[in-house]
Write a protein that binds this ligand. Structure first.
Ligand code: HEC
Length: 321
């Protein structure tokens, strides 16, 4: 680039027709953002030192937001993943932070630099984030035992889940951290600092997220918490034909369950309202199509279990606060 600039400067001053050349220079310099694959950007991150090799180039990337946490001052640390592969950590400030919602497809520009937690991140240029589709999947999580978190280098940037986790404190305290005990050990999970005095999920859950090394300790930047009984609940939902009209993550005939749970995330009557919906059906809240009344087919205990399962998806929205 320095070479190009020197050539242009020479040309510029040796010419009588300065204006067109000045314009050309401006165009060439402003086109310095290089569209890059997430893999290319990852190659500029040194896992041994946590530093970036190239801090000068502005990279333009496109991918799906996975794990995410709000830090001090409303800054957001998140990962942008390609489908099924390792992602890059990004740091977002200002109004763009609100667009960094898990499962949003985003296009953004940034340069690599030191992040707030001791590893390099893509420092996103303010105003550069655009959102494409929402509710997109970035691939399936790879289940991992906590044992692997003693050294998670091989999982760096990947979307994984800790199986059978239970939370070691009953509430979130706004510190942005919470410890869980999962299969074979303890792991610190990083969550939004905006989460204070919230009850943690009860019972065993699978904790989804991306491993990050914070001051020498491997932690998990959270993406979602789901009950370990998710599979049973899905089977129940299949049996009662719910999944012919609903998908947990994507809108179908009926709303996506994660959208339903997001709408009711602060409503203490959420579970009751969902049970009523199954019993009596009805429409108008999500669109013109009504849901049939299923009270005659779905017994009350099953309704309750299904509602609790759907409500579990509220963590998608809470972790994005
Ligand atoms: C024939 C299609 C269909 C089936 C089967 C169906 N739903 Fe629905 N469901 C819908 C539609 C459409 C809506 C949106 C209604 C509206 O706009 O208010 C909806 C809405 C919902 C809501 C949101 C209610 C609210 O208060 O916002 C929940 C929860 C729900 N369904 C759960 C279930 C469960 C659980 C089952 C299975 C027991 C099920 N649905 C079966 C079509 C269906």
């Amino acid at each position: 680039m320095a070479e190009v600039r020197r050539m242009l400067t020479t040309l510029l001053w040796s010419s009588n027709r300065r204006l067109p050349l000045l314009l050309l220079t401006a165009v060439l310099l402003s086109a310095r953002v290089s569209a890059a694959s997430i893999e290319d950007v990852r190659k500029q991150l040194d896992p041994a030192t946590g530093k970036a090799k190239d801090t000068a180039t502005a990279f333009g990337i496109n991918g799906i937001v996975s794990a995410r946490a709000t830090l001090d001052g409303g800054k957001v640390l998140a990962f942008v993943q390609p489908v099924g592969a390792a992602g890059v950590p990004i740091l977002v400030t200002g109004a763009d932070a609100a667009k960094i919602v898990p499962r949003n497809e985003v296009t953004l520009t940034g340069t690599l630099g030191d992040g707030p937690l001791g590893f390099a991140v893509l420092l996103v240029k303010e105003g550069s984030v655009t959102v494409g589709q929402t509710n997109k999947a970035f691939g399936a999580a790879e289940p991992r035992g906590a044992e692997l978190f003693k050294d998670a280098s091989s999982l760096d940037g990947r979307y994984v889940s800790l199986t059978n986790a239970s939370f070691l404190s009953p509430k979130l305290d706004g510190s942005g951290k919470i410890k869980v005990k999962a299969d074979a050990g303890e792991v610190t999970v990083l969550v939004s600092k905006a989460l204070k005095d919230r009850d943690v999920p009860a019972g065993a859950v699978n904790v989804f997220g991306v491993p990050v090394k914070v001051n020498g300790e491997w932690c998990l930047l959270a993406a979602r918490f789901l009950s370990v009984n998710n599979r049973n609940a899905q089977n129940l939902a299949t049996k009662h034909t719910c999944l012919t009209c609903h998908n947990p993550d994507v809108k179908a005939v009926g709303p996506a369950y994660r959208d339903v749970a997001a709408r009711y995330k602060d409503d203490p009557d959420a579970v009751k309202k969902m049970c009523d919906q199954m019993e009596k059906g009805g429409g108008g809240r999500w669109g013109p199509v009504p849901m049939p009344a299923l009270g005659a087919k779905v017994p009350p205990a099953d309704r309750e279990q299904l509602a609790q399962w759907i409500y579990g998806y509220r963590w998608d929205a809470l972790l994005a606060e």
